[in-house]
Design a protein. Structure first.
Length: 909
């Protein structure tokens, strides 16, 4: 079977040649079997074309696109997949999951399935993920890309999708759930088509999608897309936990584990591949050698060492057929040696042992130059960049970024063509052939090449962060693109793309977009990075915000600043850096130069104003009426139509959930203030909400006697837990995320398995409603507060009582542990009691309100305590960076406690 031919026509130049390029005069247009023409496209389809991920198609022209299976290989698995696709019964599984280890050949199979589906006229769309491309790993490009391909593959699809786009402006840029419903599900449900003519959508390498995005996509497909009777969904991925856990929750899919296929079957395919490819090498290299230039023993040895990994065989073939050395016999001998690789047993079952030995042998060969330490250092820097950069850089920009001559970078790439895809020219980006090499080169337990060739991730991330700050210092300045008129939107500027590309070359664009990502992997308090961040904040921070607007990435500004602020706070720094970052977080504009223009109207006592006001001489001045400080309220979240009863913040501080008497839960993006999703399912008031420690799930308890579990990113329902005989007053996840506790008006506490959602144990002892439950951060204890005026401490593992606290006539409405687990706070009517959580000894009683305390929370450093009352802001929660969330009627407010004390904030004794 030959690879499907590519037919492409390129027009214009899309930025720097990558799918994320800026500028150009029309972009690149690929004409292939799916994308036929765009000449008569509707405005909506044209919008899809602009936001889709280029090169997501199975037969795209990207260099690392997988080929199809060699004729005669993978026969049984392909027959099984095509038979599944042809099933017409109502009970046919709508989803087929092919999972397997890296390098076992999943993408090659996916390509072949796509090719055969297209030949049969049933291929709707494909999305081949790639961690090396931002667009091909971004979950938000997936559904617009699929919709675009569906519109190009079938006129019926095109008509209904175009109509959907016309009805809802901007749907292609909304959340995943709305994208799927509006662009895929609802349009396809309007098409009358029976099971006899299915449409298949193929997702390859789902594990290379951003982790949370992969699970969101899966949950959405299972909960929505499978409603389309004629739709078939084929998915390949590694058996990663986050993906497997979603599949395990749904039954309506067919699963094949590729690495569980008998070794003899796979090795027959690998043998055919090796024999075929070895025979081609002499002709490809222009050497006068017979096609059977290898012995049967040599072929057999290669097959044996390959085990079940096609990537091993493919890497061997590339190395043996290296057109630089023109020495296939020598390279074959190097792989095989006079002994087995490193003396290992070819029959070893450790999945990557032989592959690691092969990579080790290839790297040793590449490092056989003189002055090995100098060569190793160069290899480490160049390899570390290719493997760890969040987005591939063109060769010329890569050389600048790592501060090496082009000749040095080319030399490294020249020696690594067996594992690195060389660039076509200096405007093309080098990429690794297969993710397994990145896994190998960054793993100390796998990469055992003598010296220091292994890519040490923390060290490399530090260097990348420092390089980002360096390039931003070089390029960033006020009005960097020379637009001059701050009133213009980006879209209104003539030659906007060219101006940006000229002002910010690819290495500068990369630095602006990814410095925060690299810094997040650096050890907290690293002196070099802290110094570079301080200089950046003092000299370039506002100009960076302008640059991010120019690059179309302003939506990420708030999150990057918040993450940087948290990184600094964790280092216990007392500098003004935290204040500057906090000020900058308040100013997020979407217009080209509005950031610098807005400086004069900043509060004059703020750190940001004092640092940057001198940069705005000659602009407007505010003579009077300007507050000296920022407003106390940072943000207000509106949306509920009845009072809010409970709020919770995710551990990473990015999301907030609010439960209300209106029976709904709302998920919010804390940084932007945007509503992520409205969670509907409860039939009565929602009393309590709680995030899992990893932030992926949200639990809610309601008067309707139920507990509901939700996907905390997409808002998709996961499970409903029932059994309580009274209103569920409180829910809480254990710190390890494995247990969920629920307290109820039926006087009991239930412990649930947070993975299987089965009941583990009932804890009984209270004689009144259990109003609040909380796990200690160390995971050893569970506390419960009740209307019987008591607080109980329980062993969180055994479920046995440890102690009973409190001797008061008032109800206990809320409890909370301090961050270090040493103290426990609980409300008794209008007072708040503080105990030693180990001994149960009372520490203090705080009486500051006349109304009942409904909610208490410790600040992240344990130094402050916030309390919300029934007469005012009844629900409170701290964000990880010390900001305070407080429910105020039907809205939630975000406060900075350092500017004011809006609630009952007291020093925690």
């Amino acid at each position: 079977m030959q690879p499907y031919p590519h037919v492409s026509i390129s027009t214009g130049r899309g930025g720097d040649g990558s799918e994320e390029g800026v500028g150009g005069d029309g972009g690149n247009v690929a004409i292939n079997a799916i994308n036929l023409n765009y000449v008569n496209a509707s405005p909506g389809i044209t919008r899809l074309m602009s936001v889709r991920a280029r090169h997501a198609e199975y037969n795209s022209s990207r260099k690392d696109a997988p080929l199809s299976c060699l004729e005669g290989t993978r026969v049984h698995i392909l027959e099984d997949i095509m038979s599944w696709l042809a099933l017409t019964e109502d009970n046919a599984h709508p989803v087929y999951w092919l999972n397997g280890l890296a390098g076992i050949g999943k993408s090659t199979i996916a390509t072949t399935v796509a090719q055969r589906a297209e030949e049969k006229g049933v291929l709707g769309a494909t999305f081949f993920f790639s961690r090396g491309s931002r667009a091909l790993r971004d979950p938000h490009t997936v559904f617009p890309t699929l919709a675009f391909q569906l519109a190009q593959s079938d006129n019926q699809f095109k008509s209904v999708i175009a109509e959907a786009l016309e009805k809802e402006e901007g749907i292609e840029e909304k959340g995943l759930l709305r994208q799927l419903e509006g662009l895929i599900v609802n349009p396809l449900l309007r098409i009358r088509r029976n099971h006899q003519h299915p449409t298949v959508i193929i997702f390859d390498a789902l594990d290379e999608c951003e982790e949370r995005g992969a699970t969101d996509i899966l949950r959405l497909l299972f909960s929505h897309a499978i409603r389309i009777p004629f739709l078939r969904i084929f998915i390949t991925s590694r058996p990663e936990f986050h993906i497997s856990s979603v599949f395990n929750q749904f039954e309506n899919h067919k699963k094949t584990i590729l690495h569980d296929v008998e070794a003899s079957v796979i090795q027959q395919d690998i043998e055919l591949y090796i024999r075929t490819e070895l025979a081609k090498i002499p002709q490809r290299l222009g050497l006068s050698m017979p096609t059977n230039w290898t012995t049967e023993a040599e072929k057999h040895a290669l097959v044996e060492r390959s085990g079940k990994l096609f990537i091993f065989a493919a890497t061997c073939i590339r190395f043996i057929g290296d057109d630089r050395a023109l020495a296939p016999r020598e390279h074959l001998a190097l792989i095989l040696g006079t002994h087995s690789l490193e003396g290992g047993d070819p029959s070893e079952v450790i999945p990557y042992k032989q592959l690691d030995r092969l990579y080790t042998r290839l790297l040793r060969k590449s490092l056989s130059d003189s002055n090995p330490r100098l060569v190793q250092n160069r290899f480490q820097i160049v390899l570390g960049s290719i493997v760890l950069l969040r987005q591939p850089l063109p060769l010329r920009s890569l050389a600048k970024f790592v501060e090496k001559d082009m000749e040095v970078v080319n030399t490294v790439l020249h020696h690594l063509q067996s594992v690195i895809i060389p660039p076509y020219d200096e405007n093309d980006a080098p990429r690794i052939y297969h993710p397994s090499f990145a896994d190998f080169i960054t793993s100390p337990s796998r990469c055992t090449v003598p010296g220091f060739l292994i890519v040490t991730v923390p060290e490399q991330e530090q260097q990348h962060a420092l390089r980002c700050f360096r390039f931003m210092g070089i390029y960033l300045k006020r009005d960097v693109a020379g637009i001059e008129d701050a009133s213009l939107l980006n879209s209104e500027v003539d030659g906007f793309g060219a101006k940006v590309a000229n002002a910010l070359p690819p290495e500068a664009q990369y630095a602006c977009q990814f410095w925060g990502s690299h810094m997040s992997y650096v050890e907290v308090g690293d002196e070099k990075v802290m110094g570079a961040l301080e200089e950046f904040a003092m000299r370039s921070l506002l100009w960076w915000m302008e640059a991010m607007s120019l690059l179309g990435s302003v939506h990420t500004v708030g999150r990057m600043i918040q993450e940087a602020r948290r990184w600094v706070m964790r280092s216990k720094s007392e500098s003004t850096l935290i204040a500057i970052l906090a000020d900058a977080h308040r100013d997020k504009n979407e217009c080209t130069a509005a950031v610098s223009v807005s400086i004069p109207i900043y509060s004059h006592d703020t750190a940001l104003y004092k640092v940057y006001f001198k940069e705005t001489s000659g602009s407007i001045r505010v003579l009077q009426g300007m507050d000296s400080q920022w407003p106390r309220i940072l943000a207000t979240f509106h949306g509920h139509c009845s009072p809010i009863s409970s709020i919770a913040c995710s551990k990473d501080g990015l999301k907030m959930a609010s439960g209300s008497y209106d029976h709904s839960i709302r998920l919010w993006d804390v940084t932007s203030g945007f509503l992520i999703a409205t969670l509907v399912g409860h039939t009565y008031s929602v009393n309590s909400v709680s995030f899992s420690p990893d932030g992926w799930r949200l639990a809610s308890g309601s008067i309707d006697l139920s507990i509901r579990l939700w996907d905390a990113t997409s808002g998709i329902p996961i499970a409903v837990l029932k059994g309580h005989l009274g209103s569920v007053q409180s829910v809480a996840f254990s710190p390890d995320g494995l247990q969920l506790a629920s307290g109820s008006k039926d006087c009991s506490i239930w412990l649930w398995n947070a993975t299987s959602y089965e009941l583990i144990k009932k804890l009984e002892g209270h004689v009144g409603s259990v109003n609040s439950v909380a796990f200690s951060p160390d995971g050893f204890r569970l506390a419960s507060g009740s209307s019987d005026s008591s607080i109980w401490l329980w062993d969180a593992t055994l479920g046995t009582p440890i102690a009973k606290l409190g001797d008061n006539k008032d109800w206990v409405r809320c409890i909370a542990f301090s961050p270090d687990s040493s103290r426990l706070v609980g409300s008794h009517g209008s007072s708040v009691g503080l105990w030693d959580s180990t001994s149960g000894t009372p520490i203090a009683v705080l009486r500051r309100r006349s109304s009942m305390i409904c909610s208490v929370a410790f600040s992240p450093d344990g130094m402050q305590l916030a309390a919300g009352s029934a007469a005012g802001r009844n629900a409170v929660a701290f964000t990880p960076d010390g900001l305070l969330l407080a429910a105020d009627g039907i809205s939630v407010q975000l406060w900075d406690p350092t500017l004011d004390k809006p609630l009952q904030c007291r020093q925690a004794l």
